[in-house]
Write a protein that binds this ligand. Structure first.
Ligand SMILES: [Zn+2]
Length: 203
């Protein structure tokens, strides 16, 4: 598909509980759209062909001097290299503290063990792409659309995502990147039933 000034390179819609992965070249953009609203993604990215360098929430917070990232903000790797720039963001509400939902987290908090955790799914996705699961670091997860609130009284509740159907965030790659994304099914961080996410890349 061509728009006025760019071409859509790929588009995939991922169902809840599944993962996707792909590559983007420097200068291309990746858009994550919340198709029905109220959904969250666990999103990780690595320097292509070097999984030891990954997107890093903590260093991005340090480099920007803030935990709430705005349009135009640069997202950094664990080596403080420019990885993404936020090109368009319809809500501005994401969790930037890192961490994944996982089978371990669910057993700890819910004592349930019935749905697959995002970390577990992403580890399998990395393995399928020849990347050892231990490269998945807690600080490497950008929890897109997740709404965790830092309250004055020190508590840290998960609130429902604010995304409406069709809301998206778009990131421009500042290097060649391998990315992987899990469509979360852990209902305490969702607005309702799990729903799909669409991932598009544009040149
Ligand atoms: Zn999850």
């Amino acid at each position: 598909m061509t728009s006025s000034n760019r071409t859509r390179v790929s588009s995939v819609t991922l169902e809840p509980g599944t993962c996707g992965s792909g590559t983007v070249k420097k200068g291309q953009s990746l858009r994550v759209t919340d198709v029905d609203g109220g959904q969250v993604a666990d999103f990780v990215s690595f320097r292509q062909n070097d999984p030891s360098e990954h997107f890093d929430c903590l260093y991005t917070n340090l480099a920007n001097g803030r935990w709430k990232w705005e349009e135009g903000a640069t997202l950094f790797t664990n080596h403080l290299k420019r990885m993404w720039v936020i090109k368009d963001d319809k809500t501005g509400v994401h969790f930037t503290g890192g961490g994944f939902c996982s089978n371990d987290v669910r057993r700890f908090l819910d004592r349930s063990d019935t749905v697959k955790g995002c970390r577990d799914g992403l580890e399998a996705t990395l393995s399928e792409n020849g990347i050892a699961p231990h490269f998945l670091q807690a600080t490497s997860c950008f929890n897109i659309f997740m709404n965790i609130v830092y309250k004055e009284d020190g508590t840290w509740p998960a609130m429902p995502p604010v995304t409406k159907p069709g809301d998206f965030i778009e990131l421009r790659a500042e290097m060649d990147i391998f990315w992987a994304l899990s469509v979360c099914v852990w209902t305490p961080v969702l607005a309702g039933a799990p729903s799909p996410l669409r991932i598009e890349t544009f040149s």
